[in-house]
Design a protein around this ligand. Structure first.
Ligand code: ARG
Length: 560
């Protein structure tokens, strides 16, 4: 609000050359309170006006006037603005109180659709930490987009097709055991798959067998199809357990295989546009001008591949949803693939291909090393979540054994911890996996935030706060930093959404909560003179914290 007002006034004063957006981006939030609430550095204006920054600042400052501004000062080449605390506090709290659940929302996305390609685990393989990253990042991005007014479609593009299923089918013929697969599908299927890889080193004929089985699958051979369907069903059942723990649902679960009989059309389109070329018996689209290696469309034996399926799926999705954006939440090792897919679509004159965005993320590491299925080093997500829940449960047992609903709360805390640990990092960075770090109350963790929420709620209970009798007219200095963080929420939502970066929300929630904890430590909230106004601020804080956690996919328990 005040940033927009300041930007507008300054850009008027500075003249056409300096747009409101340009000024807006330059406005800073000073770290130290004695430098005000907003600051505008005049250094980059010096060469244009041919005067030193200090002079420019002194000339501009007296001309900035608004009800929101209490004081405008200069310090060197900076203009420092102090906001009218009582006025801003009241305005902010009233905004939240009018419609708590929509505070921080925007409407610029209304009438537009965002499609998210997310989670996408591969059947007959464990749900890995990489798929967890895709799932929780995708879910948060979807919540953010909805908060900005968009309609969202979350698609789980299951990896249910490809030559690896030929290998799995071959492996099953040699080492498969129906009983064992039924008991523990993902573990058992992974085991025989890993075994296949090791055995094929000594016996290359196995590779050929795998190829044969894949061909059978492509030709809809009864036995191959039956096994494949079974593997798929048991895998989905296992994945569902994870989604249930995470509390995440999809609008559409549609795997790669769905596009098997729809790819001919795509290949035809490519042919018509004369984009296909033969290369060593395979069909490719050359992307020399784009500076990319050729995109493989069909293998020499006629089988289609990953890229062709993604091309087909993208065309299908655009026809169905006319999306404003299609986000592919997939690890950064697939960057090249998505670049290729986008450029092939552009070559087909699909302008909307520019709306495809690869939302890439780093790896989950253990002891600084990548986790990989083949070496059996992958940590199983379901085990991780259950372990986190168990640790949360034993924390509760130790600290608050009388707590009601213990099981439910342990789940909220344990799962929240795992999600937050992932989302607090810039998604592009690798994340080191550590249960201990996730669950501590001291660090920058979900339990730390959830605990602050619980404290806030219990204050409201003790003080018998009622929203009907809320009082927004709080006048006290120590409340100011907390008010300011509450006020930053709408802008933070906007930023996190435009940058497709949930860590902006996560970091914001940590700052918001730190401000609350400081206020709580420095002020006797439950004292008569301003008690109700103070409680109103506490209420406003709990509203924002809970909503921010919700955006990340984390629940806020009422007791802990
Ligand atoms: N199943 C793939 C994997 O685990 C990820 C699929 C990502 N989405 C896509 N449209 N290609 O590597």
């Amino acid at each position: 609000m005040e940033k927009h007002i300041l930007a507008l006034q300054l850009s008027h004063l500075l003249g056409e050359q300096f747009s409101r957006e340009w000024v807006y981006d330059k406005i800073e939030i000073p770290k130290q309170p004695h430098l005000g609430d907003l600051a505008f550095p005049c250094f980059s204006l010096a060469s244009f006006f041919k005067r030193n920054p200090k002079e420019i600042a002194s000339q501009l400052a007296p001309q900035l006037k608004h009800d929101l501004f209490a004081k405008v000062q200069t310090a060197g080449g900076y203009i420092n603005i102090f906001l009218n605390q009582a006025f801003v506090t009241e305005q902010t709290m009233k905004q939240v109180l009018t419609d708590p659940s929509s505070y921080g929302s925007h409407s610029f996305g209304t009438g537009k659709t965002v499609v998210l390609d997310m989670s996408a685990p591969n059947i007959a393989k464990p749900f890995s930490m990489g798929h967890l990253r895709s799932t929780v990042i995708g879910n948060a991005l979807s919540n953010l987009a909805e908060k900005c007014g968009y309609t969202t479609v979350k698609i789980n593009y299951i990896g249910d097709y490809g030559t690896q299923f030929g290998k799995l089918l071959a492996a099953y013929q040699h080492w498969g055991n129906e009983e064992k697969v039924r008991e523990n599908p993902l573990k058992e299927l992974t085991k025989i798959y890993v075994h296949f890889h090791q055995a094929s080193k000594d016996d290359p004929s196995l590779i050929e067998e795998g190829r044969e089985w894949f061909k059978k699958l492509e030709q809809q051979d009864e036995e191959a199809l039956k096994l494949w369907k079974w593997f798929k069903a048991v895998s989905l059942e296992e994945f569902e357990k994870v989604y249930e723990l995470l509390g995440i649902e999809f609008d559409l679960t549609r795997g790669e295989a769905y596009y098997n009989d729809k790819m001919d059309k795509t290949v035809k389109l490519l042919q018509e546009k004369q984009l296909l070329e033969e290369s060593e018996g395979a069909q490719v689209v050359r992307l020399d001008k784009e500076g990319l290696p050729p995109c493989l469309i069909q293998k020499s034996n006629g089988t289609s591949i990953y890229a062709t399926r993604d091309l087909t799926a993208a065309i299908d999705r655009y026809q169905t949803y006319e999306f404003e954006e299609a986000l592919y939440v997939v690890g950064h090792e697939q960057s090249l693939h998505f670049e290729q897919v986008k450029h092939v679509l552009l070559k087909l004159d699909f302008d909307w291909a520019d709306q495809l965005k690869h939302i890439s993320f780093g790896m989950m590491l253990t002891d600084g090393k990548k986790m990989s299925t083949r070496q059996g080093k992958t940590i199983l997500l379901e085990e991780v979540l259950n372990e986190a829940i168990q640790q949360a449960a034993s924390n509760i047992e130790e600290k608050n054994p009388e707590l009601q609903n213990k099981e439910e709360i342990a789940k909220q805390v344990g799962v929240g911890a795992v999600i937050f640990h992932d989302l607090k990092h810039d998604r592009r960075n690798d994340v080191e996996f550590s249960l201990e770090d996730m669950l501590t109350f001291e660090g920058n963790t979900a339990p730390y935030l959830q605990y602050a929420y619980v404290r806030g709620r219990s204050l409201l209970e003790k003080g018998e706060f009622h929203i009907e009798t809320a009082d927004a007219s709080l006048k006290e200095e120590p409340a100011w930093p907390l008010v300011k963080w509450v006020r930053h929420y709408p802008e933070t939502v906007f930023k996190a959404n435009t940058n497709h970066d949930p860590s902006i929300i996560a970091k914001y929630l940590l700052e918001l909560t730190k401000a609350f904890n400081k206020y709580y430590a420095d002020t006797k909230i439950l004292q008569n003179d301003q008690q109700n106004a103070r409680l109103t601020l506490i209420y406003v804080f709990t509203v924002v914290l809970k909503d921010g956690l919700r955006l990340l996919g984390i629940e806020a328990p009422e007791h802990m």
